[in-house]
Design a protein around this ligand. Structure first.
Ligand code: SIN
Length: 509
């Protein structure tokens, strides 16, 4: 009997993998409606690629490697950068409305830590929505893809011979199904929804890490979470974003008195690497000096046309960014770590693949370069699809399994608050121990929920990394080790980092 390829997730990585996996029969599972529930649709900046006449893929790779602070797998960075221009052309060919200049060249934005303007954009800050609409039209027209909307994956089915035999999923009526698959691709996106302050959909809770780890996959560099420096600080959950492209256009970061605070922090000021800006904004907010993004001079009256999504978010909060600075704070935005995967998405677990944000190929190292994430979904999604397109069928021996217990809403709220406080922009051992106490206590009460496993990987990785590098800053270990090493943890190893609840820990509820 022939079993399909199942792809879980309908952001850019999942959809691009599905499109290029023909002639394989693909079942695409998405818990939400197509176009909803993925970070892709919210992406503002665009897709980075060496498209300018002054640019080359080698320069893009070099910037990617530099931003990654010693942990970028260089071969992956070159693959990413070299494939970039063709992927933009391919998306444009599908109808993604990237902006072009009057002479036909690409309109390109400048973002932090890029040595060139190289971010291809769509209607100012509408990149994600424009790309997603084009991808959805394409998958809906593709005869090899069966789309199951409202099907919520809830775990993987183990195989008696080792590996993955399929997916457990709830249909839209809430009935649980075992869907057998010769191969499963995880494209579930972020884990930043585990943070109390995030720019990603609340449903992005690191499910792929938990599911893959339960089948024996290695989780790589889970401590590396990227905090976006300029989430709009108006108490919304998730927090709306003020794209970095605003700073590329000359918007400045000021304190309550109107002083530009990044000038004293880094030679590139507002366009310093994202982790540097996030820490500076965090310290401004923490010490009460305040942080505001001032786009009055740089964008001014053109704000509604040039940055419609940011403008709408500001107006909804009663702020007119043409006339007033925007209050900002860092928010969990992107996970550089994830399920360890090679550059074709293979996880090492037979039948299990991972692409996009939930995977860790090492392409981003310790700190992702702005607008490399959509490109990652395209480049590594296509590579996985090409590897899978003609992969032989596996003989399956599924082992019955049950989905993990769900975490009740109040327990999730407690976890999110603890993650934001203890595993945020700055971490230290005592806080990470408190976080692991919270995770242990919640697990003792509610069972080993997927959200708890994903959070445990972040906390354990952060505890073990006794240095500061890229997106991971330990206030008790502020220097960077001479030798850069990856964190690679199995579930058993993560559980062993802080297995017992400290005597002074608070009870779970
Ligand atoms: C932004 O537009 O600032 C976010 C882009 C990204 O995260 O790559």
């Amino acid at each position: 009997m022939s079993h399909p390829l199942i792809i879980i997730g309908a952001g850019i990585a999942g959809l691009w993998t599905a499109l290029h996996a023909a002639p394989r029969r693909v079942i695409l599972l998405t818990g939400a409606r197509l176009g909803e529930g993925s970070s892709t649709g919210w992406a503002q900046g665009g897709v980075a690629a060496a498209l300018g006449t002054d640019d080359r893929p080698s320069l893009h790779a070099r910037d990617t490697i530099a931003a990654g602070a010693g942990l970028v797998y260089e071969a992956a960075a070159y693959l990413l950068a070299e494939a970039g221009p063709a992927e933009i052309e391919a998306l444009y060919g599908l109808g993604a409305p990237f902006e072009r200049e009057a002479d036909g060249s690409w309109s390109l934005s400048r973002e932090a830590a890029h040595s060139r303007a190289r971010v291809a954009r769509v209607k100012g800050d509408q990149a994600g929505a424009g790309i997603l609409a084009a991808l959805i039209r394409a998958v809906q027209a593709a005869p090899h893809i069966e789309i199951r909307e409202g099907w919520r994956a809830s775990g993987l089915i183990p195989d008696a011979a080792g590996g993955c035999a399929g997916v457990m999923a709830f249909d839209p009526s809430g009935n649980l199904h075992d869907l057998l698959a010769s191969d499963v691709v995880l494209a579930t996106g972020s884990l930043c929804g585990l943070y109390g302050v995030t720019t990603t959909p609340a449903s992005s809770q690191g499910q792929a890490l938990s599911w893959a780890a339960r089948l024996g996959a290695v989780i790589q560099d889970p401590e590396f979470v990227q905090f976006h420096p300029t989430a709009i600080d108006v108490g919304r959950d998730p927090a709306p974003l003020a794209t970095e492209a605003l700073r590329g256009e000359g918007a400045t970061l000021i304190d309550r008195t109107g002083t530009r605070f990044m000038r004293g922090v880094h030679p590139q000021a507002e366009l310093a690497p994202r982790d540097v800006v996030a820490r500076a904004v965090h310290r401004q907010v923490k010490t009460g000096r305040g942080a505001y993004l001032d786009a009055r001079a740089a964008v001014g009256a053109e704000f509604p046309e040039r940055f419609p999504a940011v403008f709408a978010a500001c107006r909804a909060a009663g702020i007119d960014p043409r006339l007033a600075p925007i209050p900002v704070a860092p928010a969990a935005h992107y996970h550089m770590g994830g399920v360890a995967a090679d550059t074709e998405g293979f996880t090492g677990v037979p039948g299990l693949w991972a692409v996009g944000e939930c995977a860790s190929t090492g392409v981003h190292g310790a700190n992702r370069l702005a607008s490399n994430s959509l490109l990652e979904g395209l480049v590594f999604g296509r590579r996985a699809a090409e590897a899978l397109a003609n992969a032989p069928q596996r003989a399956l021996k599924p082992v019955p399994a049950d989905p993990a217990p769900a975490l009740p809403a109040e327990a999730l709220a407690r976890l999110r608050a603890a993650m934001a406080i203890e595993a945020g922009v700055e971490r230290e051992a005592a806080g990470l121990a408190r976080l692991l106490d919270t995770i242990n206590a919640l697990e003792a009460k509610h069972g080993e929920a997927d959200a708890l496993i994903a959070a445990r990987f972040v906390a354990a990785g952060a505890m073990l990394r006794t240095e500061s590098r890229g997106g991971h800053f330990r206030s008790d270990h502020p220097s960077t080790s001479a030798v850069a090493t990856h964190t690679r943890l199995t579930l058993a190893e993560a559980r062993a980092v802080h297995p017992h609840i400290s005597p002074l820990a608070e009870p779970a509820e």
